[in-house]
Design a protein around this ligand. Structure first.
Ligand SMILES: [Zn+2]
Length: 372
């Protein structure tokens, strides 16, 4: 989710990799395609260091207050409605060109909604039964349902944020037998079927497994579509847990909680296809390239993503195997990343506790990068 807009913030250049960040030129930012969130002019990651401890603490408190307003009050819903309206005006055909993925018996249709979200219509082509993951803009999802001529049997919500669940009510009005799945720990609108960790749900020939992945929200869940019946790898619909080269902010969990959730996702296997909740690839890859200067897999993926986004093509799916080569949030065990951050494991420090410390530092730098 994008919380309520922040007041202008200043970026503090991370000292151990100051030279890396100072290599970012305004040209790099200006070269980004339209619709991609990059630092505003004059506020690049190479901006001068600024801000006292008190200033940073105030900024953290303010971010928490904005998050609480978004996630826990009606103001958040009104903000979401404004987001939908603006996005429909700005991207009447979506922020990206929809690219359906067809396999024998299965079709996955990414639906670009808001300014960078994805909903996914997943269809059992044999029975024309379908499920949607994270319906954000109900009009866009309904248009895809009608275009495909399918019956909406189920909504799977990864978490409660409006940009993932705001379309539930309207879709349930149109499809009265539609079931709404998600965690009971998140206040998901119109939830009819609360799910437990590892619970499986069938829609036609499709089988989804829910995995509890707290951190972004306390009840965040991801959904794994079994690829077995289709002779293909599993598919992970990761919501705001994991993005291409990035991960969601731990609004309602500690770095340790987030790390455990990421590790759980990674246990699905390298060939698992990743379908995230947002099109953040270019921003995340650009940030990652400032941390790891000599990562050729990262460099290649960034170049590829620039090309994709110039043509408004989606960058999804990637695979979990690929992600391990360039996603800094999945590379907390890698000495090259630890060294780039200036972090070393203390004598006697638990390895996972150290990795959580690395994750926290990557997150901190990413937040500073986004605040510019
Ligand atoms: Zn979210």
């Amino acid at each position: 989710m994008d919380p309520l807009p922040a007041p202008a913030a200043r970026c503090r250049s991370p000292s151990p990799r100051r030279s890396a960040f100072s290599r970012v030129s305004p040209l790099t930012c200006a070269a980004a395609p339209a619709g991609v969130r990059l630092p505003a002019a004059g506020r690049s990651p190479c901006s001068p260091v600024s801000g006292s401890h008190r200033h940073r603490r105030r900024a953290r408190v303010s971010a928490f207050a904005r998050y609480s307003l978004y996630a826990r009050t009606r103001l958040g819903y009104l903000f979401y409605q404004r987001q939908v309206k603006k996005a429909r005006e700005r991207y009447p055909h979506g922020h990206s060109v929809p690219q359906p993925y067809c396999f024998p018996g299965l079709k996955i249709l990414p639906i670009p909604v808001l300014s960078n979200n994805y909903s996914y219509l997943v269809i059992d082509t044999g029975s024309s039964q379908a499920a949607v993951i994270d319906p954000s803009d109900p009009l866009a999802v309904q248009a895809a349902i009608e275009e495909e001529g399918v019956m909406l049997e189920a909504i799977f919500c990864t978490h409660k944020h409006w940009d993932h669940s705001g379309g539930n009510w309207e879709l349930c009005q149109k499809h009265s037998s539609c079931r709404v799945y998600g965690s009971a720990l998140d206040a998901i609108p119109q939830l009819t079927h609360p799910l437990a960790d590892r619970e499986k749900v069938s829609v036609g020939c499709l089988t989804f497994e829910a995995l509890a992945t707290p951190g972004h929200t306390v009840g965040h869940m991801v959904y794994v579509l079994d690829g077995g019946p289709f002779g293909s790898p599993p598919r992970l619909f990761s919501g705001d847990l994991l993005f291409l080269a990035g991960c969601g902010r731990p609004f309602e969990g500690s770095p340790e909680t987030m790390l455990a959730s990421l590790d759980l996702a990674m246990s699905l296997g390298e060939d698992t296809l990743l379908w995230p909740g947002h099109e953040y690839a270019l921003e995340c890859l650009t940030f990652a390239s400032l941390l790891e200067l000599d990562n050729s897999a990262l460099e290649q993926k960034l170049q590829w993503a620039v090309q994709q986004r110039q043509e408004k093509r989606s960058t999804c799916p990637s695979t979990l195997g690929e992600e391990q080569t360039y996603n800094p949030f999945l590379r907390t065990h890698r000495p090259e990343l630890q060294e780039a951050l200036g972090l070393w494991q203390a004598r006697g420090e638990d390895p996972d506790a150290f990795r959580a410390r690395v994750l926290k530092e990557v997150r901190r730098r990413k937040d500073l990068y986004q605040a510019t």
